[in-house]
Design a protein around this ligand. Structure first.
Ligand code: SAH
Ligand code: SF4
Length: 402
């Protein structure tokens, strides 16, 4: 798997104070406020917001000039005070299997300060395309197997910054009406190139509950970006009090990073477990609003050699999940510089998977991708190492999500 590094061909966006604010990423309330700011009468605002919404989130336009059903005067007023700029794409990596990673430079919080950067990954498959988005810059939790956990948390992303990751991905993939994919791009055969969103990039989404919730409302809106909530999955390391809220207030699909079946081990590899132990986490899953056989919870389980990968662990896993409508994703561990863990051997993963399969769960490691995974964990390392740990992690995780 080779990757090319291609620095953005899109013009960079003005950064910092003094720059006009962008309307991209705003929800309806934010657009209404923008219209109020430039003196659009209250009675007109709702209709104008619908127009802006359509142009920004359905068509993906970049210039107010293109809003042909909006009066010239209003277009000029909008352009005078606002932009349709996206955060800058600092770099794009394209793998030979079609996976793309964008390094996105956020607008600087304070003038003169180094702007923060986040990653967004796109994983195309035959019939769907998954975008793996970040919810925070870094992460405050320090799971022992996770590279992001070694970064200092800088801050939560705003809802607009989360939405912008999708807008940017659609720009780069040509996934707007009348646009087309870049030459040679690998994209799914379906109508849209991005059909699913997973919050499995940088950060713990449930520690940025409001930002994630507001972003999902914009992303799922059927008049705009229109990725339905059943196609949006929020992955959490187990912030128990927010799980119920996610189901009740947002209605997105839930994924749990379980990774261990005993508190003593989970305390060690996911320190948050000390606060919210397995029993409480699974109780929150059992009562997750909307959970059913048609809306299963995904349990992620990273395969760590000699740590959590025994046959006993596999049996314990299916015992723990009994009665919960669940899917199980076994994720081969992706190593990163300085990590203390190794990926389980392929035989061990197969044995583990077999036990899970016999317990009635759909084959959690798919063979063709499984070989690819084995490759990533050893065989083809020299070919895959240009992709970051997170990118490979996202690729693996996605290959196994139904
Ligand atoms: N903070 C959230 C979402 C981001 S991590 C969470 O923890 O769920 C997304 C998934 O990648 C989680 O299941 C996480 O445990 C897993 N992961 C992290 N580092 C990994 C690695 N090096 N190899 C494989 N999976 C990893
Ligand atoms: Fe944070 Fe998730 Fe990584 Fe744990 S696995 S450190 S919660 S991003």
């Amino acid at each position: 798997m080779s990757a090319t590094l291609d620095f953005a061909s899109t013009p960079s966006v003005p950064v910092g104070a003094g720059a006009k604010p962008s309307l991209v990423g705003r929800d309806r309330a934010g657009l209404t406020a923008a219209l109020a700011e430039i003196g659009v009468p209250e009675r007109e605002r709702k209709m104008r917001v619908s127009q802006l919404w359509h142009w920004i989130y359905f068509r993906g336009i970049r210039e107010f000039e293109e809003m042909t059903n909006v009066s010239k005067r209003l277009r000029a007023a909008l352009a005078e005070h606002f932009t349709l700029a996206r955060p800058e794409v600092a770099a794009e990596q394209v793998s030979s299997d079609g996976t793309r990673k964008w390094l996105i430079r956020l607008l600087a919080d304070t003038p003169g300060e180094q702007p923060h950067e986040i990653e967004t990954v796109y994983i195309p498959e035959a019939e769907r395309g998954t975008l793996c988005v970040s919810s925070q810059v870094g992460c405050t939790l320090s799971c022992t197997f996770c590279h992001t956990g070694t970064q200092r948390l800088v801050r939560n992303l705003t809802a607009g910054e989360i939405v912008s990751q999708l807008v940017i991905a659609r720009d780069r993939l040509g996934d707007w009406p009348r646009a087309s994919a870049p030459a040679g791009a690998i994209v799914p055969t379906g109508e849209r190139f991005i059909s699913n969103i997973v919050f499995m990039g940088m950060g713990e989404p449930l520690y940025n509950f409001d930002g994630v919730k507001n972003a999902i409302e914009v992303i799922a809106d059927g008049d705009g970006l229109s990725v339905g909530k059943r196609r949006i999955t929020v992955s959490t390391s187990g912030v128990v009090p927010e799980i119920e809220r996610l189901g009740a207030e947002v209605g997105a699909m839930l994924a749990i990073s379980l990774h261990a079946t005993r508190d003593s081990l989970r305390d060690e590899i996911i320190p948050l477990n000390k606060k919210y132990p397995i029993k409480d986490l699974l109780a929150a899953c059992r009562s997750y609003p909307g959970v059913s056989n048609a809306r299963r919870i995904t349990f992620e389980y990273v395969m760590l050699k000699g740590v959590n990968d025994s046959a006993q662990d596999a049996r314990e896993l299916v015992r723990l999940l009994a009665g919960i409508p669940a899917k199980i994703n076994l994720i081969p561990f992706n190593p990163w510089p300085g990590t203390i863990h190794e990926c389980s051997d392929w035989d061990t993963i197969e044995q583990f998977s077999e036990i899970v399969f016999r317990a009635g769960y759909a084959s959690p490691v798919r063979r063709p991708r499984g070989r690819d995974i084995l490759a990533a964990c050893g065989q083809l390392k020299s070919e895959t190492q240009k992709l970051s740990a997170r990118e490979r992690m996202a690729l693996r995780a996605m290959a196994m999500t139904d």
